[in-house]
Design a protein around this ligand. Structure first.
Ligand code: SAM
Ligand code: SF4
Length: 331
């Protein structure tokens, strides 16, 4: 059985982007109210007294957009300073990264995944649902965040690409080529029907195997000797400095290898991305004064129960969608 030791922590469900595949403009989203967000102190209490004793040692900060949380650098510093923390990383859209990269690095963050779905400023704006204003485009700002993070020393630097047919699929080869001359790791994520029904129905999704076929034809592709401990299958263009990861939750269901749980911004612990079975409202329990040892035992039981809860996306035949978006769950 997989060791469940990896917790994805959503710091906030709001975002400065409105990606069409994540938070479609017409979607009505019930944002978590400020008073319902887990505070830094509550999060640290849960990590120290509940999650770490339950075996969690690897943490990823995500959202929504984690960098819009004003105390993000302090939270990074506090988690990095916990002696049990073996790995701390962040997933961000990169828009605010140019200004924050150095502070995050100094606070102890070493790994960052930045979403970059396009190399074209107009397509990028279309995907993120935001119009550029001023002299720099939105894409310029994210690109500058990526360059700054690289210069500051974030390693590995991973770029996440969600491929939406008819929107950015023509850029696969250019995006893959970013891995050739730099030690950047490009991760192609199959588009999932989560909170985006209309777009998914219209565009559909492209399998990782088909992307690999295109890359193979143009550059060649080989399995990498590096194997991640997450869901990505790792390949590389021969002699490239970086790698290509493929996250194939639609075509290859990897529920059996799942090693993670998710904590939402309002303190809901969710054992599986794709269903709500077994979740625990840790924030409410904490605020009601439930004994922390009891909460820890409940989390340990949930960890043991997780293999039965895991949802087999492909086997279920349910590609019609989930009401909550990735930004709400903590993608
Ligand atoms: N805002 C940050 C960002 O975009 O990197 C972190 C949160 S975002 C929800 C985390 C990841 O989920 C991003 O890489 C995003 O591209 C991915 N994502 C969001 N909606 C998705 C969907 N419907 N299918 C596949 N991946 C999705
Ligand atoms: Fe925001 Fe990330 Fe969702 Fe895009 S994918 S809307 S950047 S949370």
């Amino acid at each position: 059985m997989n060791r469940i030791d990896y917790l994805r922590i959503s710091l906030i469900d709001r975002c400065n982007f409105r990606c069409t595949y994540c938070m479609p403009e017409d979607a009505e989203i019930d944002y978590v109210l400020k008073q319902d967000l887990l505070t830094q102190a509550e999060l640290l209490t849960l990590l120290r007294q509940v999650f770490i004793p339950a075996g969690f040692t690897r943490f990823r900060l995500t959202g929504g957009e984690p960098l819009i949380r004003s105390d993000v650098v302090d939270i990074v510093a506090a988690i990095a300073a916990l002696p049990e923390t073996q790995d701390l990383s962040m997933t961000t859209n990169g828009f605010l990264l140019a200004d924050k990269a150095q502070d995050l690095y100094d606070a102890g963050l070493r790994r960052v995944n930045i979403s970059l779905d396009s190399l074209d400023a107009a397509t990028f704006d279309q995907l993120i649902g935001r119009r550029s204003s001023g002299t720099k485009t939105n894409w310029d700002k994210v690109w500058s965040g990526i360059q700054t993070a690289y210069a500051v020393g974030f390693n590995p630097l991973k770029l996440n690409v969600v491929v939406v047919p008819g929107v950015n699929d023509r850029e696969i080869l250019d995006l893959a080529a970013l891995s050739i001359d730099r030690e950047w790791h490009i991760r192609f994520i199959e588009f999932m029907p989560i909170g985006n029904g209309a777009l998914f129905e219209k565009s559909g999704w492209i399998s990782s195997e088909s992307l690999r076929g295109q890359i193979r034809e143009r550059y060649g592709i080989e399995e990498s000797s590096i194997t991640g401990n997450g869901p990505a299958d790792i390949f590389k263009i021969p002699s490239a400095m970086g790698t290509l990861g493929f996250i194939s939750q639609m075509s290859e269901c990897f529920c059996d290898r799942c090693n993670r749980m998710r904590l939402s911004a309002d303190g809901m612990l969710r054992p599986c991305l794709l269903n709500e079975t077994g979740q625990i409202d840790l924030k409410t329990e904490l605020r009601q004064g439930t004994d922390l040892a009891e909460l820890r035992d409940r989390v340990i039981k949930l960890v043991e129960w997780k293999p039965e809860i895991n949802y087999k996306l492909r086997d279920s035949g349910n590609a019609q969608g989930y009401a909550r978006s990735m930004s709400q769950i903590g993608g």
